[in-house]
Ligand binder design. Structure first.
Ligand SMILES: [Zn+2]
Ligand SMILES: [Zn+2]
Ligand SMILES: [Zn+2]
Length: 439
């Protein structure tokens, strides 16, 4: 069995498979295929990047394709309260290890950094809710299905009758150790028996883009204090927000469509790469990065404080108390990010599980073909591979467990050594004989 590790630093082979599956999932959601109806390609699609706010100035390297500029030009005489210059006149090439490191690590707000990262999944969740509400308001309908009441006894139109938002998102660590969210957002019409209806004309891609910007700017979460005595923090996404229209719409009469689908594929490729790169930089080579070490230490400090609070509550007889930061130490290796690196809404695309099942079925089919010598029957192969049935449940009889390494007794070991030596001698004798025969 493959290990299934998605991190490139842990298993190059499995991480390639994972990246490929993620790519197929993203692509199918954009242009159809793999059981996703091709009609999704008629709907507008946007590429959204939500960033983290700043927790202190960090060293910057040149962006690819841009001229190398000074890192952070400031008056050289200006120093922070720790006596360090507030600017950096150096120019850092790409790949410089100083990139993402704070200019003054004592000025850098590590607690804020970790608290934000810890609640980042909650910010994303709230962003989705906020966006749905803004879309409903724009279309002039309620966001949730209204119950018939005295005033309106009949079923009324609501958002689900007009549109839905489907997305796939991927988290990517920036060099400063904060997560970014990149998402492909698709606007669908209401669900129909064989796919999705066209997106409503009342909500063109450009309007959707501005609603996404509004939602990202509005959304906030008040995080409970992380260290006993520290204040509550109002968390938001960073001001750097990027919303691009990948595809306004892709109608048969739209001659920009081939370009749009190529563009979509490129974006899907980036996202798949981010999904595997995600942690390798922070746990692989990033293990000794001074900034990441401090972030991990902060996670553990917060966890220790949470433990103390929980103990105090238990002493006071409150056994139901659960500290919101109790588990942050377990996520220190992920720099405090506990979310999933790639997630999707239910109807965006096919699932990774289904792609994996298709691959297993393909292995079984080719193994069977090799055994019987019969060519693989390619008729409706894709349907058979992607079928959503559970006919091939594997019956597990017994299980494997680790007993030990080596031999039970020294006698067994001696026998094995002797057998190996004889096998070697036999091989050498045979090789020599073959050599003599040839010459
Ligand atoms: Zn593996
Ligand atoms: Zn610098
Ligand atoms: Zn300082």
């Amino acid at each position: 069995m493959p290990c299934g590790n998605r991190r490139a630093s842990a298993c190059p082979s499995c991480s390639r498979t994972y990246a490929r599956d993620t790519f197929e999932l993203l692509r199918a959601g954009a242009v159809g295929g793999k059981t996703v109806p091709a009609s999704v390609a008629d709907n507008p699609m946007l590429f959204v990047t939500l960033t983290a706010p700043s927790f202190g100035h960090v060293h910057r390297t040149a962006k690819p394709g841009q001229p190398v500029t000074r890192c952070r030009p400031r008056d050289r005489a200006q120093v922070c309260q720790h006596g360090r210059p507030v600017g950096c006149m150096a120019t850092h090439e790409q790949g410089d290890s100083v990139a993402g490191q704070p200019i003054c690590h004592e000025c850098y707000d590590y607690e804020g950094h970790v608290v934000w990262q810890w609640w980042a999944p909650e910010l994303w969740r709230r962003f989705g809710i906020r966006l749905t509400r803004l879309i409903a308001r724009h279309l002039g309908v309620p966001a949730t299905k209204p119950r018939p009441c005295k005033r309106y006894p009949y079923p009324r139109l609501w958002l689900g009758d007009l549109a839905s938002i489907q997305y796939a998102k991927v988290g990517e660590y920036q060099t400063r150790g904060l997560i970014h969210f990149h998402g492909l957002v698709r606007l669908d019409g209401p669900k129909t028996p064989d796919g999705f209806a066209a997106a409503p004309d009342a909500l063109p891609a450009t309007v959707l883009a501005s609603l996404i910007e509004d939602a990202a700017a509005d959304v906030h979460y008040t995080a409970p204090p992380a260290l006993t005595g520290s204040p509550e923090r109002v968390l938001r996404f960073g001001k750097q927000l990027d919303v691009k229209v990948v595809r306004a719409a892709h109608r048969p009469d739209d001659d920009t469509s081939p370009l749009a689908s190529e563009h979509v594929e490129r974006v899907a490729g980036y996202l798949a790469k981010y999904a595997t790169k995600a942690v390798s930089d922070t746990t692989g080579e990033g293990r000794t990065n001074a900034h990441y070490v401090r972030i991990r230490e902060t996670c553990r400090r917060l966890a220790a404080d949470a433990d103390r609070r929980a103990a105090a509550h238990r002493e006071a007889g409150d056994h139901a108390y659960e500290d919101p930061y109790a588990l942050i130490g377990k996520w220190a290796h992920m720099l405090g990010f506990r979310g999933h690196f790639s997630t999707k809404s239910r109807r965006y695309s096919v699932t990774l599980g289904r792609l994996r099942r298709a691959r297993r079925r393909w292995q079984a089919i080719t193994a069977e073909a090799a055994r019987t010598g019969q060519p693989v029957d390619t008729a409706d192969l894709e349907q058979r591979l992607m079928a959503d049935d559970e006919e091939e449940t594997t019956l597990v009889i017994g299980s494997w467990s680790y007993v030990g390494t080596g031999w039970d007794s020294t006698g067994d070991a001696a026998l094995a050594d002797a057998a190996a030596a004889r096998a070697r001698e036999y091989d050498q004798w045979r090789a020599k004989r073959k050599h003599n025969q040839n010459y």
